[in-house]
Ligand binder design. Structure first.
Ligand code: MN
Length: 358
């Protein structure tokens, strides 16, 4: 083959490519017309029987050199691209995505604007154990100008024999104490049937890591008009996390705060591995505020200050941590809760990294 012959063949190939391009786009235009007709008639767009017929027809006329399975593969890709073209472009973009809503979502919780660019701290005990225990922490939280008060009444624990929380009574204690100090209550709800009841007691419904894909719970939280703090699942990818939030917003409730709380990796030095880069990714991909739970992501008191600094430096809207009057006797997470002097030191240490804490 001389060079001239190669050039000629290449020219031929270029021409064929252009013909294919034209034909593929012609096919796409016809597919779009079919899609419009089908949607007018309320018919489903994907028709596997029709697709099978088209493939059989092609194979019948296939004279090679491609074998039938290759032809089938190539045309399946063309069919798929056509089907994707018919899909509503809006439906492909999630309601929580920045593409759908470029501006930040700001959530008003008793006058506190989460997502407004200021730092919001969420502090309180792991679990509600008694009125006195909760009150002691609330007093310290309020004294330090913090407005968000956390405390678990329902505790989904790894072992069924561990303390499971005080339930509704725990929510009642949280509300009573929060009202005394003018705090906003964040507490976890684990059962869709409890969402309605919780509205009387909490200002923010927390959905915990273990329930991130409890779809019935997500839907129930989506149907009420109450902000939701959604924690990332233990082994959830960022995409799964975002889709969990989509379950809530798709039911009408767009007041969602995302909370990175560490993921399970092979590392054992910390209880979980804090995925710090999840914060800017979530801020870029969604319009929702993002917080970081430094207690559960590390499981270590000595790491609370540096991880909180990192969270704020990387752009988190808030930090969550656990405070107990006497962590040594706490009924849950004894090893990682701060006592009150430690908590006050924590606030001083991170002060440089916070914008006005309100
Ligand atoms: Mn805890």
């Amino acid at each position: 083959m001389n060079l001239n012959e190669l050039d000629q063949l290449r020219h031929k190939l270029d021409d064929v490519n252009l013909q294919l391009l034209e034909l593929v786009n012609l096919r796409a235009a016809i597919v779009q017309q079919i899609g419009q007709l089908k949607s007018k008639q309320g018919m489903k767009r994907y028709d596997p029987v029709r697709e099978r017929q088209m493939l059989d027809h092609l194979i019948e006329y296939n004279n090679g050199p491609f074998d039938n399975s290759t032809i089938e593969h190539i045309f399946k890709e063309i069919f798929k691209a056509g089907l994707e073209l018919q899909e509503d472009t809006h439906r492909k973009e999630l309601l929580v995505s920045r593409k759908r809503k470029p501006e930040n979502t700001i959530i008003d919780v008793k006058g506190q604007l989460v997502g407004d660019g200021n730092t919001h701290l969420v502090m309180g005990p792991c679990a509600v154990e008694s009125y006195e225990q909760v009150r002691e922490v609330a007093e310290a939280v309020a004294r330090n100008g913090i407005k968000f008060f956390r405390g678990g009444a329902f505790k989904p624990r790894t072992s069924p024999y561990d303390f499971q929380g005080l339930g509704i009574e725990g929510l009642q204690i949280m509300r009573k104490v929060a009202d005394e100090f003018d705090l906003a209550v964040i507490s976890e709800i684990v059962n869709p049937a409890h969402i309605e009841t919780a509205l009387d007691y909490v200002d923010v419904i927390q959905i915990g890591a273990r329930n991130m894909q409890n779809f019935e719970l997500l839907k129930a939280a989506g149907e009420v008009d109450k902000p939701v703090l959604l924690k990332r699942g233990l082994s959830a990818t960022i995409s799964e996390f975002i889709n969990a939030a989509e379950y809530i917003i798709s039911r009408g409730n767009g007041n969602i705060i995302l909370c990175e709380r560490g993921i399970r990796t092979y590392e054992t030095a910390t209880r979980n591995t804090l995925d710090i880069s999840a914060v800017p990714i979530l801020k870029q991909e969604t319009h929702l505020p993002v917080m970081v739970d430094v207690t559960h992501s590390t499981g270590r008191r000595d790491l609370l200050i540096p991880t909180a600094k990192a969270a704020l430096a990387i752009g988190a809207d808030g930090v969550m941590a656990e405070v107990h009057p006497d962590p040594a006797v706490a009924l849950s997470d004894a090893a990682q809760q701060m006592d009150i002097p430690m908590f006050e030191n924590f606030l001083q240490e991170i002060a440089k990294f916070t914008t006005s804490i309100k």
